[in-house]
Write a protein that binds this ligand. Structure first.
Ligand code: SF4
Length: 226
């Protein structure tokens, strides 16, 4: 396993270097850092967001702002530490709009996601996760087409690249934007989706180690605890 981990790390580093040199989209020339992705190269869960935001662009790491802190809590609620998973985005460069106070984040365009898709596909191929978790509509559209409607179609299992089970839920940044009673309602939906992910990971592991029974899904105790 150590050899395999080292092999994947080497190949992912090579891909990261290729992404770092890529200028296929206009955003490639505007970025401060390419945000290729990070995490366990042998992760059982791969989390795919939409694109780097300002903090990610600054640090060259995915999900490190407020949304990243919430993602860490979400993962913790299903018994996973950040370093247990592999985290990346559909596009590796920060999509921006010009604003009066400088560039603002925006969702990636379909052509940017299409341009960047080979990098994402190669990450999925190399990490070979048991489960994919797409966060937000752009990530879902990248896998499931432009007609995907997250409010109606999240929370179900889809076949991702190579047949990998794919779950879609709301992006942590969307959760953070909610106000009033909407916050709890959206958190409940996200929690249901996360429990499904945990159950799928346990199911796959149980099948691998048959006849070990699948672990019981965790109760809602620690999700978004603060
Ligand atoms: S978003 Fe992807 S394809 Fe576009 S310039 Fe950046 S690395 Fe290249």
């Amino acid at each position: 396993m150590l050899e395999e981990r080292a092999r994947r790390e080497r190949l992912l580093a090579r891909e990261a270097s290729a992404a770092g040199a890529c200028r296929l989209c206009a955003i490639g020339a505007q970025r401060r850092n390419n945000v290729y992705g990070e995490g366990d190269p042998c992760a059982r869960l791969m989390v795919v967001g939409e694109g780097p935001g300002e903090t990610e662009d600054l640090l060259g790491r995915p999900f490190v702002g407020r949304a990243g802190q919430l993602l860490d809590k979400m993962l913790g609620a299903i018994g996973l530490a950040r370093e247990d998973v592999y985290i990346c985005n559909t596009v590796k460069c920060r999509p921006t709009l010009d604003g009066p106070r400088g560039p603002r984040n925006r969702a990636p365009e379909l052509d940017e996601m299409a341009n960047c898709r080979p990098f994402l596909d190669r990450q999925i191929e190399l990490v070979s996760p048991d489960v994919l978790l797409a966060l937000g509509a752009p990530a879902a559209k990248s896998f499931l087409g432009r007609d995907f409607q997250i409010t109606k179609m999240r929370g179900r299992w889809y076949a991702g690249p190579g047949g990998t089970p794919l779950m879609v839920t709301f992006h942590p940044a969307y959760v953070l934007r909610q106000t009033g009673g909407e916050i709890e309602a959206v958190k409940r939906l996200v929690w249901n989706d996360l429990k499904a992910v945990r159950a799928k990971l346990d199911e796959v592991e149980a099948a691998r180690q048959s006849p070990t029974p699948a672990a019981v899904a965790p109760e809602q105790s620690s999700l978004f605890g603060s």
